[in-house]
Design a protein around this ligand. Structure first.
Ligand SMILES: [Zn+2]
Length: 373
């Protein structure tokens, strides 16, 4: 090579380096998507304040990248809609498509939408759903079922088994037991617990039973309806740890969605102490996910919310009290405000800035080489 050609080659290489300045994201083998139902910026601040000092940090504070997420659903034909429910939001976060409030992984015309969980399964990854509400509730349902109405929880439960989702942990046994059982929500005689066992699941109803499972598929239902989120039930952190224990050994990797499902409920009730407890329980689960991911280096953790609930503002204390602040609730419902986005691990840089909720599964799919169509 002549000196002139060498100089030219070097110059081209340098230009090439500059043009490619945006680093190519490293592909994660595993993705953990954490969803705080109803967790707006104020709910995270409330959790931090509750720790007692102004420099206290939540586990989520240590995540390396972040931004905010727009949550609006699809408009109805006659009306603009700016406030989402958990069903449309879960559909967006799972499939990359906006839909009407109330619908689960389906467009208004009834077309089923492929979810990131299903796409991960197609690639040989193991998959799991964890929550503190019923496992058939809107947020997990958006990832593992397709129904026109979120109220069809008994159908959602059956679809999870059809899908052979490897890990299902939460509440909602009422959706799985036949109508003859007290408290059942089924309108038929199907016994989904027996069906699950025939499909190879271990069924667990207590923390001890859950702890004894070390391989295979698990269906853990720790309450007839939503969990109480108190011992002797397993905590969200303990369920998330078990899910990671079971999914983490798969050579092809895994996708896990774990939901703090009752931050929303505390905020619907404008109940400060309940919102704080649920926020801190969720943060403990976030810590479990981060510890797992950082030890391995091959796992992306993405954290967001489906929407904010309660229109919570943390404002000056009311006169005559010694508290440093007071909670002002703007609503008993959801609000339209953007919600937090945080990420950590390989590919985390793709989860920064202002994203739409539909961008999140698209970016997860791109990083994992999944086909969402
Ligand atoms: Zn809600």
């Amino acid at each position: 090579m002549t000196r002139r050609r060498l100089v030219l080659t070097l110059a081209i290489a340098l230009v090439g380096l500059q043009a490619g300045a945006a680093p190519r994201a490293k592909a994660p083998k595993n993705v953990i998507l954490l969803i705080g139902d109803g967790m707006g910026f104020a709910q995270t601040t409330l959790g931090r304040i509750a720790l007692g000092t102004n420099d206290a940090t939540l586990r989520l504070d240590s995540m390396s990248h972040g931004g905010m997420v727009k949550t609006y659903p699809l408009d109805t034909p006659d009306k603009r809609v700016v406030i989402t429910d958990s069903a449309a939001a879960a559909t967006a976060l799972a499939t990359g498509h906006k839909t009407k409030n109330g619908m689960i992984a389906m467009l208004p015309d009834g077309a089923k939408l492929k979810t990131v969980l299903e796409a991960a399964q197609d690639k040989g990854k193991r998959v799991g759903l964890v929550t503190t509400v019923t496992i058939s509730h809107a947020t997990p349902a958006g990832f593992g079922a397709h129904v026109p109405s979120r109220g069809q929880e008994t159908d959602i439960a059956a679809q999870y088994l059809d899908r052979k989702i490897d890990v299902l942990l939460g509440g909602g046994e009422a959706m799985f037991v036949p109508q003859s059982v007290a408290g059942s929500k089924r309108k038929d005689d199907r016994d989904l617990l027996a069906e699950a066992r025939r499909l190879g699941y271990t069924v667990a109803r207590t923390k001890d039973e859950m702890d004894r499972v070390h391989s295979g598929k698990i269906l853990g239902l720790f309450a007839m309806e939503a969990m109480k989120t108190e011992p002797p039930e397993p905590s969200l952190a303990e369920m998330t740890a078990k899910a990671l224990d079971l999914l983490g050994s798969n050579k092809n990797g895994f996708f896990l969605m774990s939901e703090g499902g009752q931050i929303d409920w505390g905020s619907h009730a404008n109940n400060g102490p309940m919102t704080v407890k649920q926020m801190l329980d969720f943060d403990a689960a976030i810590g479990v996910a981060l510890d797992f991911a950082r030890k391995r280096g091959d796992t992306l953790v993405v954290l967001t919310a489906d929407h904010e609930t309660g229109g919570l503002a943390l404002v000056g204390a009311t006169a005559g009290t010694t508290a440093p602040y007071s909670m002002a609730w703007g609503s008993k419902g959801h609000s339209a405000t953007v919600v937090p986005l945080l990420a950590d691990g390989p590919g985390a840089e793709l989860f920064s800035g202002v994203l739409n909720n539909t961008d999140i599964p698209k970016r997860i799919a791109k990083l994992m080489g999944l086909n969402l169509n």
